[in-house]
Design a protein around this ligand. Sequence first.
Ligand code: NAD
Ligand code: UGA
Length: 467
Amino acid sequence: MKYNIKNICCIGAGYVGGPTMAVFAKHCPDIQINVVDLNKERIEKWNSKDLNDLPIYEPGLDQIIVKCRGKNLDFSTDVESKISQADMIFISVNTPTKSKGIGAGKASDLKWIDASARQISKHAKPNTIVVEKSTLPVRTASTIKQILDAPDRDMVNKNFMILSNPEFLSEGSAIQNLENPDRVLIGGNEAEPIKALINIYLRWIDEKKILTTDLWSSELSKLIANAFLAQRISSINSISALCEKTGANINEVAIAVGTDKRIGNSFLNAGPGFGGSCFKKDISSLVYICNYYGLEETALYWEKVLNINLWQSKRITEIIVKNLFGTISGKKLGILGFAFKANTNDTRESPAISICSDLIEEGAILKIYDPKVKQEKISKDLKEKIKNNIGIQNEWIFSNSIEDAAKDTDAIIILTEWEEFKYINWEELSKIMRKPTWIFDTRSITDIEKAKNYGFNVWSVGNGSII
Ligand code: NAD
Ligand code: UGA
């Protein structure tokens, strides 16, 4: 059958659902886009008149919201009725790692997917196209289809069609990625629903960039894309340690290696380890799937990417303690950056959480500054991480600026690559810190020679050539 899409519903108004549907609304003024969520507070923020109050910070998002909200873009908690009006429904709910039960710590928790499928099955009209936007274990579409097709009390067969359309956006550049993606991937087994979704994307994306596959290849490709990206980071981080031992410099190695077109120069920045809500959970899910299918060697290979990531943050803590004369007990340390990367206020799985909690457990008093992360968020993250959190409030101090974080400390530790940390006035900081002063730069953004001129000792990730 031919589909005429006039009404879209997206279940889940998070980091993916919100920005993605905003861009859809901008390019499809003739389609009504309804974004729904169970989280009332989140929906209120999406509807806030004050654009600084939107639940997600993404450059360019506020302008699109102003343009489309109240016209063809709507945010509400009215899940059932918006589902019932839709010709096409995107499922964009969270798929975190299971915290308990079978597969705890590895498998994806699909309870929100299951619940969404049941809501759709009950309330959607016949012939609705259901699109998986969330990142899912391969073959989840089969589970969704079984729930969708289970006959209701009236024994009506609603003839749902299912597609996979994973999202590849990165936080901090979401709008840019959605406006001009490297590719759009659509997986499906029926030509007409695929055509209906292609026709939506064709309004702003070149058809050469739209790839179509079967359902399973599409679902799996999303997990594998994240696994390959994370693997590059673990590869460069593992070599950063070798550079430090041998006198080589990881930045120079990355340029020399990445200049080979077959290798490419993206995603070769050594750092404190990858964070963010997806890399760890998606590789864990991949490892679980491989074990499920009896592919132990494949599982072990990808598990190593996670192990190296953890090892990188642990070895950085050890380097800090060792250089500060083997003890940081009672010493004040200035922490610059808490977000998992620059240009976001997101701290999910940020390496800063584990490094800071390890330093606190060693007895240090941290002074933490991040341009976008709020005090309450840092407090919550650290409390959750440190099991025995008695007295935690006294072991870190929220700072409002670089200078504030540096005052009276023995060392500055750079954990996020915010622009303002690239141009620190080391002369000023040297006057307000306790001697001997140290810089531990996990992002390799410091002008080392300048800092050394003002008496700083410097450790920079992967740089074995600092004398
Ligand atoms: P999120 O936690 O920010 O948002 C998910 C939202 O879904 C929440 O607000 C939650 O309340 C809502 N929800 C859950 N069940 C619901 C239901 N039954 N009805 C209505 N609302 C419901 O998650 P996110 O970061 O947007 O990620 C969503 C999916 O996209 C995940 O599978 C993730 O792996 C994937 N993904 C995320 C990113 C990213 O950058 N964050 C990028 C690509 C893909
Ligand atoms: C990542 C992918 O890049 C997106 O394509 C994907 O859609 C998304 O995950 C997802 O599925 O959620 P994101 O986590 O937002 O996006 O951010 P990235 O830019 O990939 O950074 C992830 C982590 O790796 C950050 O902690 C970052 O600092 C670190 N990183 C990145 C490095 O340490 N070195 C690099 O060279 C690049």
